[in-house]
Design a protein around this ligand. Sequence first.
Ligand code: BGC
Length: 704
Amino acid sequence: MAHSELTAKTGELLRAMTLEEKLGQLTMIRIDAESAGTLPAEQLTAIREGRAGSVLDLKGPDAIREVQKIALTETRLGIPLLFALDVLHGYETVFPIPLAEAAAMDPPLWHATARAAAREAAANGIALTFAPMLDVSRDPRWGRMAEGPGEDPWLASRFAEAKVRGFQGEDARSGIAATAKHFVGYGAVTAGREYGSIDISNRTLHEVYLPPFLAAVRVGAAAIMPALSDFAGLPLTAHPGLLRDLLRKRWGFEGVVISDFHAIAELITHGVAAGIAEAAALALKAGVDIDMASGAYLDGLPEALARGLVLEADIDLAVKRVLALKARLGLFDQAADSEGYSLPGEVSAEHRALAREAARKSIVLLKNRDRLLPLPKAPRRLAVAGPLADAPGEMLGPWHCAGKAEGTVSFLQGLRAALPDWELSYFGNAISGGGETIRKADLFLLCLGETANMCGEAASRARPQLPDFQRKLFEDVSALGKPVIVVLTSGRPLIDSATFEAADAVLAAWFPGSEAGTALADILTGAVNPSGKLPVSWPAEVGQIPIFFSQRRTGRPADPAIHNTSKYIDVPVEPLFPFGHGLSFTEFAYRNLRVSPGILQPGGRIAVELDIENVGALEGEETCLLFIRDAAASIARPVLELRGMAKIKLAAGAAGSVAFELTAEDLSFPADDGSLCLEPGCFEILAGPCADPEKLLCSTIHVP
Ligand code: BGC
């Protein structure tokens, strides 16, 4: 629909609407027909009467078509419904969880998996996803770390761009609207406790938590969801400073703001609204267009209007935005009986291949003592154990949409298929069940970690570690004196240094998705050389949390030899594995960092190049990370700031170079109002495999 046509259409509809119909457009209802079995009559009546404009959680093309038909043909104005779902990492084909994909450090892959998820979701009638989740997270106690891109704002911003573009695509039929969430700072909830308070500095807000959202807005994200939490006392659902002044006015966001689940009514529980009319008025005034599942707009706005807490013009503005989104998604052009939603079989096969590729690229090899991996070519006796070894449903992780356990390849199934000549046994969760096969095994593979419900929403853990029975299993197996490989399934770094120290090889597989077993087997057998790198610092101890590489410089940097320095007296200050850590079966040498020109001219660029050589015996792919360090500024800057990543694939013995470009923006930092400022002085440019300063090459440039 052309812009002028759209304005005319929304104007016409608005004039025709009753107040209740307007509030209906601002109301999203939840229909979970999967658990209810049938479509609930009461909600269908609400739709018929124009009291709902969008629907959350309804799945399946037939159910969606049926409900849409009611909206189009049985309501007074025939306005189509918008069907929304949390499509985070796949629809039917499930890709690795976002934290896992972040480990691939691969924007084209991030784009491709979002595209595939959007195609499947759109083919099933879904028009909007509550993704990407862009909360920078530096606290593994917070279960939702699993849903996001990890600890770094630069990486999260690239993730935001790739995901928004991937979900939304170019055309309304195969794209779905993306919702950047949870605006903003949700990853910093106090003590990692879900739904807790956010209280961060203005600097941290602008430097760490806002950039991914700005990146999403810049590439045209259709919607934004405020976090459920309060920000220094004011719930984000009712935050005019951040939603209206910053997001809409300064950033120019023209899309739709959708509340989180029940968040508007919860303003009463937060203690900032006396009743439903006040809650509804606060949210609407702050700029929230759609009320997800709290009923606050329908129930509270008529009274708020009568009491002068809101104007009808405020309501109209929100309705216009909702209608504009529906038009952009092509919903008005859809015929009631639009022939079906379905995907050709070859597309599903393509998506499965992509899921396998994404999972391979997401797995991080954390440790590989004496090159235990890849597995030897000659068949051996491998004993597999642990609760995640043959648990296909668990491989899908949180928010797995229409993904099913049937059709998901478990680790054990993948290994059996890849190692047909090996003697492979599986003995559950305790070695007492293993008997003779255990005594005869040459090596052990333990699949440990979290089940899907141990991470994600409302799954904060004060002890993000292996459950006791898994530690016991590990200890019993290691006492046998045979090599032990640990494969970790989790939505965060699990903190269990003693176990990882004792294990011979450790892999972080996260929640790998539909092709978990095939991808793991590809890596273990060496068919694919691992290339994933940690998107979060992996703590050595829970007490180190929050831990992240871009810590601000202190006046007393940690020095084990000097007592009064910034460290712990009982545990190390370094993470167990730094951000960017991830081993390969080969080795790479970094050399010859070249930076030119040495002075950044106004409007100019700095070219950064370096050589990487594959000094091992196998082909492999390496991701080189680029950091900056501002030597002296008016504000103490982080010890390292990520500014680039580049991949290179090298045959054994081959060398090549990777290149980056830095601009003034890359060397700037936010002033108090969030605008970027570039200060003159000296900057170190550092490049290497990870955020361990000792592994980085360094050169210097000047900004006059
Ligand atoms: C979560 C959101 C999600 C919504 C709808 C909420 O509880 O916080 O991330 O999009 O539910 O499922």
